[in-house]
Design a protein around this ligand. Structure first.
Ligand code: SDX
Length: 430
């Protein structure tokens, strides 16, 4: 197609005038619509797109999700290959730096992260201040944000060294904060990081260590945790990543931005879905109750949590990875009986017109909670585990946003529906 045809011709029937709008990368610039006016005083056209269902607000090279073909690639590498050959820390390096590390770069990356897992002792006082039944996600929103008060140099966004240190610290300290939040909730003293263990082995150590002098993680569960973190590591411009970018656009530090992203992930429509799936499966209770539950979802009584996706209109490739992982974990932990209910729910839903026509397939959250529960995590910890995986993705997008010269502070427009001008009425006259 010739260059001249990469345009949109818009005719404004209000004025009869026509406009040529260039098409670039399958999009038009919304700002080009502002030139379409009925007269010189007209502000010009806006594009109206609630929840940004059809709006690209960034250019990004980090991750590609092809919803129709069920494809997920981190920096061009298919998730299936990374799960088979890579590790969470190597995937984190890839997402943030854009290339797979050499052996030396990976060793240095792992060394740096391993040696920043401790948190300032004062942060324990934040943890201790929470009520015994505080939700760990609420604790993390607060303590991740509090990290910004310990590292004021995090505001030096233009310094690559300063950015690197905050990236290392957030990846390294998030598991410590997560495990400390859990230990607080069960009234156990904090188990400190053990630098002899792997990233995931150390996380399991901080979660489960009791009286043994040295915690030894089960290698199957250690690897399963690593895979679960990999499949959660990034997912384009999802709600929490968009939040991370929006906060970074005001040049706030990455800890404050990550606290906001953690808050966005907390919602049951996003990262909180894995917790909601378990609650739903427990409510269904048995395989023979599944048809009744399916009917309830079709009648709009509730949503099938763990089903559906804004982008995937085909199977979420991560759901397949997680489902396969379940069987490996259950070899060690014993089978989670909820799996049978989940498998039956999926089987019936994928045959039912209501779900098929709405392209509702299991997403990453549908099976992950079943594994987490089998590994001993309480349901409140599930979104925490999602967030721990997503930290490198948030940071990759944070850094991409900071370095993107086309970006500016996020400040959308609105379509005003409120009252016109009116005069104040004193209270005695109302
Ligand atoms: C994640 O963006 C990302 O990439 C997110 C994520 C990531 O890695 O960051 O992939 C992680 O958040 C996965 C999604 C986890 N959430 C859930 O599992 C919660 C249940 N799913 C839904 O709430 C919903 O599917 C969303 C939020 C995931 C997507 O919602 P959309 O794209 O806004 O779709 P919609 O709400 O407009 O629904 C379209 C139709 C509606 O029916 P109609 O009004 O057309 O009749 O589908 C129905 C909805 O009622 N529908 C469901 C449903 N999800 C949508 N009906 C029953 N069960 C569901 N789960």
């Amino acid at each position: 197609m010739s260059e001249s045809q990469d345009t949109l011709t818009i005719t404004d029937n209000r004025t009869g005038r026509s406009y040529e709008v260039p098409i670039t990368d399958g999009s038009i610039r919304a700002m080009d619509l502002r030139g379409i006016k009925v007269d010189e005083d007209d502000f010009g056209l806006l594009s109206y797109d609630p929840a940004f269902k059809n709006t690209a607000n960034v250019r990004s090279a980090v991750t590609l999700v092809d919803g129709d073909r069920g494809i997920l690639r981190y920096r061009g590498y298919p998730i299936e290959q990374l799960v088979e050959h890579s590790s969470f820390l190597e995937v984190a390096y890839l997402l943030i730096n854009g290339e797979l590390p050499t052996a030396g770069e990976l060793d240095q990356w792992i060394y740096d992260i391993t040696h920043h897992t401790f948190i300032h002792e004062n942060l324990k006082q934040f943890m201790d201040g929470f009520h015994h039944d505080a939700h760990p996600m609420g604790m993390l929103v607060s303590t991740v944000g509090a990290l910004s008060t310990f590292y004021p140099e995090a505001k030096d966004l233009d310094e690559s060294e300063a950015r690197y240190m905050q990236i290392i610290r957030l990846i390294a300290k998030f598991p410590t904060l997560a495990a400390f939040a859990y230990r607080h909730s069960i009234g156990m003293r904090y188990a400190y990081p053990d630098n002899d263990l792997s990233f995931t082995g150390n996380f399991l150590n901080m979660m489960w260590k009791t009286t043994e002098l040295k915690y030894e993680p089960d290698p199957v569960l250690e690897r399963a945790m690593d895979v679960l973190l990999m499949v959660h590591a990034d997912h384009e411009q999802n709600c929490s990543t968009t939040t991370m970018r929006a906060i970074s656009s005001s040049q706030a530090d990455p800890y404050s931005a990550a606290a906001g992203a953690t808050a966005a992930l907390y919602g049951p429509r996003h990262g909180g879905a894995n917790e909601a799936v378990l609650n739903m499966l427990n409510r269904i209770g048995s395989v023979d109750k599944v048809p009744e539950a399916i009917q309830g979802a079709k009648d709009g009584q509730f949503r099938l949590m763990g089903f559906g996706h804004r982008v995937y209109k085909n199977y979420d490739p991560r759901a397949k990875v997680v489902q396969n992982l379940a069987h490996e974990v259950f070899e060690v932990t014993g089978k989670n009986p909820l799996l049978d209910i989940a498998v039956e729910l999926e089987r019936i839903a994928l045959e039912d017109e209501y779900f098929v026509e709405r392209k509702l397939y299991p997403n990453v959250d549908f099976y992950s909670g079943i594994i987490y529960q089998a590994m001993g995590f309480p349901t409140e910890m599930f979104p925490v585990l999602f967030a721990m995986g997503r930290i490198p993705g948030w940071l990759a997008h944070w850094q991409e946003n900071v370095l993107d010269k086309e970006q500016a502070i996020v400040r959308p427009r609105q379509l005003y529906t409120g009252a016109g001008e009116r005069t104040y009425v004193p209270v005695e006259q109302r």
